[in-house]
Design a binder for this molecule. Structure first.
Ligand code: SF4
Length: 486
């Protein structure tokens, strides 16, 4: 489902163009990527490349059983009408919907929907609401966001996950400001051409609805199925209310056609749903798998206990990669302005790009020698010179810190662009501070009832190595070194 249509409302309604749009689309996300070449319109009609594309398209169309398509325009119109009527009555009151309805300025409206669409990718509505509200308060227009720093973007995005989304969003707004005169494209096609990163993907909720409505039981992440879902979404979208249709499909998936307990009896498209029909008429199942065609059905064996939830098939996931890190929380407990902790910045590309984290070292495995490995690494990276906080410190002259590192107070840490994982590490660290109520999520400094004077323990053998670098430089204020492994 092309999500950003909501951004420009009915201006995107171009019924005749839907077929062409399907052909032009190129994927922009790892989720539900249709293979662009299958439907791409040739820039040179009549050329061999164009003919090849047309041939490919024919093969693609022929490869899908008609059972998984909408039969005719009447059926499509009925689907749209039922879904939109239901949505008008049942839709939840969400901030981005309010904004889209109340905002008269098309650019502001498009931006508001764009932000919500990006945030909602891979993230639940309940989580997004708070982030969205704060984001729109801070950057109510795309010009505001374009002028923000990446650091600020990461900071506000912290905890929402998939951090590249925030970066892409900001990059897109900069492009609109610098190259498009600050105006969002007014049609889906120009949007796709000019801001390919701004277009959405077939949302997980929509995938589920479409797979069930058309009884698509093959892996929805496979190329063939992605193409088919993309094609269906383009076919179904209402040209007069594309944004609402898009929201309605997502709303249906989120509230009625839920993953485990779909409420079919309350579903506005129940009469058009093949999964529902299959549950009611199991005798048809034998005729579904059409011999000789490459089918997207592929949903055997049928599990009677699941009912319509046989669709869609659960995609096979690659097991997550395990990585062991030894992480060091290094703090200066008596620096001016309160305790400071040391953070380093991640590289500007790749996983969690640009976010701040505690110094760490990757371990070969989760072993007993992680402290030793970490300290050896820190000796190399941080040993000389020693870097106290960049603030006047008990009358001492401020000392610079190396690029890519900084000292933060605890308060600053909690609002900084750090990942949820680092916040968890810090909680573990605080819970194991001397004098802290162990097991409490609050530290000795944040919980008055637990406050005891921190006792500086003599460093153990492992810590002596690193500590030795601090003693000569810090004669009066001793840093505390603790490490936590994740
Ligand atoms: Fe989903 Fe049931 Fe509606 Fe079909 S009838 S779309 S399975 S809720």
């Amino acid at each position: 489902m092309r999500k950003l249509r909501a951004a420009v409302g009915s201006n995107l309604g171009k019924q005749a163009a839907s077929q062409e749009r399907r052909k032009k689309r190129a994927p922009n996300s790892s989720q539900a990527k249709p293979s662009a070449p299958k439907g791409r319109i040739s820039e040179c009609p009549g050329t061999p490349a164009d003919l090849a594309n047309q041939q490919e398209e024919k093969i693609f169309q022929a490869s899908v059983s008609p059972y998984h398509l909408f039969r005719n325009r009447t059926e499509i119109t009925a689907f749209r009408k039922s879904l939109l009527s239901w949505y008008d009555i049942e839709k939840r009151d969400l901030p981005w919907r309010r904004q889209a309805e109340d905002e008269a300025d098309l650019d502001r409206r498009a931006y508001a929907v764009w932000v919500s669409e990006v945030m909602l990718q891979q993230t639940q509505v309940a989580t997004v609401i708070n982030y969205y509200t704060r984001w729109m308060q801070k950057w109510p227009t795309l010009q505001n966001l374009a002028n923000a720093s990446l650091e600020e973007v990461n900071q506000l995005w912290a905890g929402l996950g998939y951090y590249s989304r925030g970066r892409r969003l900001q990059k897109g707004t900069r492009k609109v400001v610098e190259e498009l005169g600050g105006h969002m494209p007014r049609t889906a096609d120009t949007l796709q051409q000019l801001l390919p990163g701004a277009t959405g993907v077939v949302d997980g909720n929509v995938v589920r609805v479409l797979c069930r409505v058309r009884a698509i039981g093959a892996d929805p992440k496979s190329t063939l199925v992605s193409q088919h879902l993309w094609s269906l979404a383009q076919q179904l979208v209402d040209p007069n209310r594309p944004g609402d249709f898009n929201q309605a499909a997502m709303e249906l998936g989120a509230t009625v056609c839920t993953p485990q307990w779909p409420l079919c009896s309350q579903c506005p498209v129940q009469s058009l749903c093949r999964a529902r029909q299959r549950v009611e008429q199991e005798q048809f199942s034998a005729s579904w798998n059409l011999q000789g065609t490459l089918d997207v059905e592929d949903c055997k064996p049928w599990n009677h206990t699941l009912g319509v939830a046989n669709f869609p098939r659960k995609a096979s996931h690659r097991p997550p990669r395990k990585e062991y890190l030894a992480i060091c929380v290094l703090e200066q407990p008596r620096a001016l302005g309160g305790t400071h902790i040391l953070l380093v910045q991640r590289p500007s590309s790749g996983l969690l790009a640009g976010l701040w984290e505690f110094p760490s070292v990757t371990l070969e495995h989760s072993g007993q020698h992680q402290h030793k490995d970490l300290l050896q690494k820190l000796e190399l990276d941080w040993a000389s010179p020693c870097y106290p906080p960049p603030v006047p410190w008990r009358g001492q002259t401020p000392v610079t810190i190396p690029p890519g590192a900084r000292w933060l107070t605890r308060e600053e840490f909690h609002t900084a662009a750090v990942s949820t994982a680092m916040k968890k590490v810090f909680r573990v660290y605080e819970d194991h501070q001397p004098g802290t109520c162990k097991g409490s999520k609050r530290s000795q400094l944040s919980s008055p009832s637990c406050q005891k004077k921190p006792s500086w323990k003599k460093p153990n053998r492992g810590q002596q190595v690193l500590d030795s670098f601090f003693w000569p430089h810090v004669p009066t204020d001793t840093p505390s070194l603790n490490s936590a492994a994740q």
